[in-house]
Unconditional design. Sequence first.
Length: 616
Amino acid sequence: MANGKRKIKLNKQVFSILKGLIVYVLIALAALVFFNQISGGPNDSAKNEVPISQIISDVKDKKLTKISVEGDKITAEVNGSDQKLSSHKEEGESIYKILESSGVDPKSVTIEIKDLSMQQAWIGILSAVLPILILVGLMFFLFRNAKNGAQGIFSFAQSRAKLFTKDAPQIKFTDVAGAEEAKRELSEVVEFLKTPDKFKALGARIPKGVLMVGPAGTGKTLLSRAVAGEAGVPFFSIAGSEFMEMLVGVGAARVRDMFAQAKKASPAIIFVDEIESIGRQRGMGFSGGHDEREQTLNQILVEMDGFTQTDHVIVLAATNRPDLLDAALIRPGRFDRRVVLNMPDLEDRKAIIELHMKGKPFTKDVSIEKLARRTVGFSGADLANILNEAAILAAREGKTAIDNKDLEEAATKEKLGPQRKRMQSEQDRNLAAYHEAGHAVVGHNLSKVDPVHRISIVARGTSGGHTMFPPTEDRSNESKSRLLEQITAALGGQAAEDLIFKDISTGAASDIEVATNIARAMVTQYGMSSLGPISVTPRSMFGIWRGADEGSDMSPKMHDAVDVEIKKIIDSCYKNAQDILRKHKTKLDKVAKSLLEKETLEGDEFESIVGKKKSS
Ligand code: ADP
Ligand code: MG
Ligand code: ZN
């Protein structure tokens, strides 16, 4: 894409150079014609070319009043007539001599000798100088073009930072719901930008960089704009990936340019979004462009080190992968402050929902509390999307207010993608019904798995159906027993297929992935296997997690042992799932049958078939 653009640009350049060339050639031609005219002037005005002998005899007969001699050209004015005669004499011969040798007295006619030497000299000079002039002009032209072209290249170096000045719509802290801790920390930054002298009077070192860390959609970008809005200062925003372009050294030049701009506008905020794309640990990964990244990173560090106390520029950066950042970035005097944004908890979610509900009509039965409870694990961005999506759904159905059904559909869509209406064979539906019923029945009989929220065999995104066990509370910790039960419930789908059809389908691939990932983490990170509390970092295929050269701290023997442990966990969970289903086969059949009829079962409908869940 970018390459194509450059090609077009080059073509344009060549074209304009050619255009310039044509102009100069035309000028040169015109000049030549012009000089020709000067030297050939008399030639033109004299229409009658006569031999020199005629001129001589005319002088003798006193027919001429005046003879003008210009080089070898002779122009004669005829007595009593406007007619002019022209002729040529031999080169180097004087007209006087010619007349005398013909026996004519030169004094009998007025002879005017036009001094050609000056004109000739001029022509000589010009004909010598003109090509040089043309050349110089051409070179000047080419040079200017080249410079323009070069500027075209150098304009890459100008930062692409988007500037939000005071006129841009202001975002304030009140536009960010929850995240109270982060706001408190950032209000210090605001204070400083507003009244730097207050801090300096007390000798406080002004923060240079603040790193905002948190999962995607937790409001990092929003919050950093709110900082600028609160402080009322210009806000230069750029994404880390925008520094990276095909030309090496451009990233660094851009950094320089952006910092220069910000310093000019100070007090100001520079916001580098997704900084992990440049601030990656050096010498890591195998992807190309990594010298470029280092140069860019170094330039940021250089610029930040170069801040003086009077610059009043603060760099905010955001990342959701702080683990990838180079240690040099988080040293004191650089991004030494960290503001952590977590996934919103219940109270935060309520606040975010309330904020995004503003300006939208809802039916009376919509409860913020209920929606907040149902959306454990949703980020602020997810919640904002849900409310927007619900409004769209309601509008599409011609409703005047958004109701719970719209919200529920929007929430499901947010996590699982839109419904996919497709033709399913009876066999496929049957399989999907038992698969989902399997998850639900297994989960229902495990005390630590959250209650079933909904079961559906309506295809969404890539899945053929879904069974939802959304968390009912915000958990910061998982226990070994809960993890095992989660694996068991995840395998319940395939276990049911196996039990009922004595065959299994490909529909369980993502369940298996989930189960295996949990099991691997249990073994390698949480010390929840017979290997004991050992942290083993798996050898990654391409050395993405650790430098390829660093290898892994896992011995081949340990590698095998980990595999064995993972398999043990999976096997025992799968067996457990099958045991549960065998024991509750009648319930499994009932749920599957009901699913085939209704396609979707809400939590309470499910419980009316299988009974109330015994909670842990
Ligand atoms: P991040 O940069 O952390 O990925 P963003 O700041 O881009 O997240 O958030 C995306 C959107 O989600 C915001 O524009 C806003 O509408 C919504 N959002 C996220 N967190 C909050 C919050 N705490 N309060 C209000 N809205 C939020
Ligand atoms: Mg962001
Ligand atoms: Zn499944």
